[in-house]
Design a protein around this ligand. Structure first.
Ligand SMILES: NC(=O)c1ccc[n+]([C@@H]2O[C@H](COP(=O)([O-])OP(=O)(O)OC[C@H]3O[C@@H](n4cnc5c(N)ncnc54)[C@H](OP(=O)(O)O)[C@@H]3O)[C@@H](O)[C@H]2O)c1
Length: 279
């Protein structure tokens, strides 16, 4: 018996990283899962590895017709849609605002905000007709504080958090819930992609990212461990299941406490400087 027995889910951006982990978690909990992404071979392999109740559908989240067809295909295969995870994403760009290219900005917004809009719109029309369903959008810790990521990515993730509230209010009268999750740094291929590696090579760099990031977390996360794809999948699972049936319009940080405040030892060190100055 799984907590998602009988449910039907779509996960966008499921060809790697966090999305692949969410799809595997949902499948292990009994859901039928439609994995989506642009990489056909990678996606079909991941669906085949999961086995029965898993299929891959190629879809680019920036193309509305493809997202609409993705939802229709999930319903055609499995009869309904209970869970939509709008997870697909690309890296940001660390260019200063005075040099920022408008096309680059628009591309990032198209994936992160446009993709979430299309996913919510088309899952929402199916779920509203069913009068049930739950949508989880992938935001980020950097959507709540500046200076940690590119301004395009950070702005897009802030928009996802507020879009989630507005869509939750909109779809609430149909019994459809919409929430978001905001992880801090999760070692995945997204950083390698941001550094210019191709997708396959980037997916192999997660361990290196973990090694590089772990010593830095002591300055920012009260619990200074790198967030894992499994941590994010567990949080998304909670929003996806019926136990959270009255939770909507919320954003959940998965960040070792970094969005709540800084580690105590950082404040202690600062107070020591003041004490010494006043002594
Ligand atoms: N890693 C972190 O530190 C972190 C922290 C907070 C939030 N996030 C967010 O988590 C999500 C997943 O990122 P990740 O870290 O798991 O990185 P990842 O391994 O690079 O995964 C990104 C996924 O999005 C898909 N994708 C990208 N553009 C797409 C498009 N136009 N249409 C459809 N699919 C697209 C990719 O698949 P294809 O290449 O096959 O299309 C891939 O499956 C993103 O929204 C990211 O912003 C990540």
């Amino acid at each position: 018996m799984g907590i998602l027995d009988g449910k039907v889910a779509i996960v966008t951006g499921a060809t790697s990283g966090i999305g692949a982990a969410i799809a595997a978690k949902f499948h292990a909990e009994g859901a039928s899962v439609v994995l989506a992404g642009r990489r056909l071979e990678e996606g079909e392999k991941r669906a085949a590895d999961l086995g029965e109740r898993a299929v891959f559908v190629k879809a680019d989240v920036t193309v509305e017709a493809e997202v609409s067809a993705l939802v229709d295909e999930a319903v055609r295969r499995f009869g309904r849609l209970d869970i939509m995870v709008n997870n697909a994403g690309t890296p940001g760009n660390m260019t200063p605002v005075v040099d920022f290219d408008a096309d680059v900005f628009a591309r990032t917004m198209a994936v992160h905000v446009g993709g979430v809009l299309f996913g919510t719109k088309h899952a929402g029309r199916q779920m509203a007709a069913q009068r049930s369903g739950t949508i989880v959008n992938m935001a980020s810790r950097v959507g709540k504080a500046a200076g940690y990521s590119g301004l395009d990515y950070s702005t897009a993730k802030a928009a996802v958090i507020h879009f989630t509230r507005t869509a939750a209010v909109d779809l609430g009268e149909y019994g459809v819930r919409v929430n978001s999750v905001s992880p801090d740094v999760v070692p995945t291929g997204i950083f390698g992609k941001g550094a210019g590696l191709d997708a396959a090579a980037a997916d192999d760099t997660a361990a290196k990212v973990r090694e590089a990031i772990t010593p830095l977390l002591a300055k920012s996360q009260p619990i200074a461990e790198a967030v894992t794809v499994e941590d994010v999948a567990q949080a998304v699972l909670w929003f996806a299941q019926d136990g959270s049936r009255l939770v909507t319009g919320q954003d959940l940080g998965i960040d070792g406490g970094s969005s709540a405040g800084r580690p105590m030892h950082v404040g202690r060190a600062e107070r020591a400087v003041f004490r010494d100055a006043l002594a």
